[in-house]
Design a protein around this ligand. Sequence first.
Ligand SMILES: N[C@H](CCC[C@H](N)C(=O)O)C(=O)O
Length: 291
Amino acid sequence: MRIPFSKMQGAGNDFVVLDETRGRLGLTSAQYRRLADRHFGVGADQILSVRAAPHAGVDFEYAIHNADGGEVENCGNGARCFARYVRERGLSLRPEVRVQTASGVLLLQWGNEGQVAVDMGAPVFEPARIPFDAAGLQPRPCGGWQVWPMALPAFEAELSLLSMGNPHAVWRVPDTDTAPVAQFGPLIERHPRFPNRVNVGFLQVLGRQQARLRVFERGVGETLACGTGACAAVVAGIRHGWFDERVEVQLPGGALSVAWPVSRHGLAAPVHLSGPAETVFEGVIELPDLC
Ligand SMILES: N[C@H](CCC[C@H](N)C(=O)O)C(=O)O
């Protein structure tokens, strides 16, 4: 199957974007994996599928598949690339675009110098909705929980858990350069208390409006940036009292800006994410039938 695609990136988090506005391609999980493969395919952290609006309340639908082929609920960097994609292709010239994802509706707004702002919706803290199995655990103050990763010597960390439509665990570390991302990222990602697995953020607080972050993403591994991960880290830090309500987050691939106006709207306040989104190249791939 010959498939045209756009290769895009937001702060180094990279995507293959497919136009399914005239009908679905019907790809299998194995075909999504092949598209994401950096040796046998195009190479990407996620595959984004742009689809026609499923109902009158939104302008488009957007499906997200991780490099492991699994479909997921949300992608913040992908949402900004989505906005650029539909604008560059003339699919929408509106300054604001409403997009249905598997976890809800995102509002995308064009900013200056190619920046795109996304209303990512409100964070969710109830364990059952993250989801997180909290049986036998007492919540620590400010939303932090204590989790013991399995098959490890006495290892214990306080992880702040929340959902941005997709599940996140945030671990504050003294220095992201020395954070145990490769060692503990996969173990926490697959911890049995996370029935849908989890994205793992390693957060360094630089000041009340500055942070550094590395993210071991569910279904991918460490990426150069994670938009929902930046949102989760800032929300957790605000709840802990470490941050003001707008934070610049430095990730290995670039900077993202996150705001959560919780003092005005409470915990149900929407999280706003803004940052870059660029098209790297266009291409066509001959994709084999893979089951
Ligand atoms: N790996 C994530 C999806 C992509 C999130 C990330 N690329 C972003 O920008 O939010 C998950 O499994 O929930």
